[in-house]
Design a protein around this ligand. Structure first.
Ligand code: HEC
Ligand code: HEC
Length: 397
């Protein structure tokens, strides 16, 4: 009779190999191929281009307008009850979000408050892109009954009555109209100019370099020793998953980790909330909006509005939301358009399963990653957090 020992040894060795393969072991930090280095460069904050010009807003890059806009952003007098400002929901210390599932002011809004950091790069504002510029976007919450619940005439009156506001406004845009007269176009023009000033401030709110960006610097320099100092093995392997088999860069690409496009990723609504049609409704709304790139309130005599004119309208946009940035997820929980998912690990489980969408089709495919791979992806995402207090992100003086 042959001994059982070799067989046992074989079984143990085989089991060990399977386990090691499961752990992707032995796992050193990755060596990046030329293609991967190019991909990492494309995600680097150093690759962020200059802000796109905003010809529909003549004061977009005017520092006086940015300062005026900063004061307006934090001013709760711009509200029906005197207690709500943009910063009620877009709180600088939470990277301009509020920690709630759905934004809350005078009433509760339909969706989760997104960050405004870097939003000047997006051709579309709101989760469904129902506005086509920051200045047009800023006007919506002011008149929304659940948010500021004020109106354009009240806004005009406040600016006329506040000495500093009146001087700032008139130095930028010329004399204020009569606050009692019923000239709707004049009132609308002041309202649009308020939006343009707030937008000028928002254009100064930019992300700052994270540990990830130091890592890419080390990769670009070919400095392997520094790469090992900056990233743990798990973080580096998480990054490889992110740009590789997990396919995250299909949508979360470029230095802001967003393609600024709309996708259906099968995020389920809360019980009792109707499934959200999202972009398919948003694109209709932006075309009809009173304030948009084609409207009389644009400052661009040539009306260069290609984004708006050529906006996609097809059925793949049912249930499609704007891809959010993944920089600084640290202070922006809960996640997704209604804050449905409380933690990053819930988000990753969601992508791993890729459930069928409630309406439309989930574009993301199930990933089948194991627990360790999910943990590595999570470790990588945390390297995109950057200090809060650097220039541009600390606008409260
Ligand atoms: C009640 C809370 C609340 C207030 C007040 C508020 N917002 Fe928002 N903001 C939100 C929510 C919620 C969304 C997303 C709504 C949606 O997509 O349907 C949003 C979206 C935005 C966006 C779009 C960002 C993106 O990436 O799409 C910008 C920019 C913005 N708000 C700026 C402002 C400004 C400027 C003000 C003040 C004039 C303001 N918000 C007031 C809650 C608020
Ligand atoms: C098909 C495009 C697409 C792919 C692929 C994709 N995402 Fe997303 N991601 C989105 C969209 C769109 C949202 C917003 C969805 C919503 O709110 O319903 C989102 C939301 C998120 C959020 C929440 C951010 C926030 O502020 O709420 C995180 C985190 C995230 N994705 C990480 C990832 C990771 C990690 C991967 C790879 C495993 C990935 N995504 C793959 C498009 C995509």
């Amino acid at each position: 009779m042959r001994s059982i020992v070799p067989r046992l040894a074989f079984v143990i060795a085989a089991a060990f190999l399977v386990y090691a393969a499961w752990l992707r072991w032995p796992a050193g930090p990755p060596e990046w191929s030329e293609t991967e280095v190019q991909e990492l460069r494309s995600l680097w904050l150093e690759s962020l281009p200059a802000l796109p010009p905003q010809p529909s807003n003549a004061v977009a890059d005017n520092p006086v307008a940015a300062e005026f806009g900063r004061l307006l952003f934090f001013d709760s007098r711009l509200s029906g009850n005197g207690g709500i400002s943009c910063a009620t929901c877009h709180q600088p210390e939470r990277r301009f979000t509020d920690g709630l599932q759905k934004g809350q002011a005078i009433g509760t809004t339909d969706r989760h408050t997104p960050s405004i950091v870097g939003s000047a790069y997006s051709p579309w504002q709101f989760w469904d892109g129902r506005r086509d510029s920051l200045w047009a976007q800023a006007l919506a919450p002011l008149e929304d009954a659940n948010e500021h619940a004020t109106d354009r005439t009240e806004v005009l009156k406040l600016i006329a009555a506040d000495e500093l506001y009146r001087t700032s406004y008139e130095s930028l845009f010329g004399a204020l109209p009569d606050t009692t007269g019923g000239d709707a176009i004049a009132v609308n023009t002041v309202f649009a100019n308020v939006g343009k000033s707030i937008a000028a401030f928002e254009r100064t709110v930019m992300p700052t370099a994270a540990r990830f960006d130091d890592y890419v610097q080390a990769v670009v320099d070919g400095d392997v020793e520094n790469q090992r100092k900056i990233f743990s093995v798990d973080e580096a392997l998480g990054l490889r998953l992110f740009i590789g088999v997990a396919n995250c860069t299909q949508c979360h690409n470029g230095p802001l980790f967003t393609n600024h496009e709309f996708h259906n990723t099968g995020v389920i609504s809360f019980p009792g909330d109707a499934p959200d049609k999202a972009r398919v409704a948003g694109v209709r709304e932006v075309l009809l909006a009173e304030f948009n790139c084609l409207s009389a309130y644009s400052d661009d005599p040539e009306r260069r509005c290609d984004e708006l004119l050529f906006a996609r309208k097809d059925v793949s946009l049912i249930g499609a939301f704007k891809t959010p940035s993944l920089r600084n997820l640290e202070n922006t929980a809960p996640f997704m358009h209604k804050g449905q998912l409380a933690t990053i690990s819930e988000v990753l489980d969601h992508y791993n399963d890729a459930p069928a969408a409630m309406i439309g089709h989930n574009e993301a495919k199930p990933l089948g990653l194991n627990t360790q791979e999910l943990r590595r992806l999570e470790a990588f995402l945390a390297t995109l957090n950057a200090p809060l207090t650097q220039a541009g992100e600390s606008p409260v003086r």
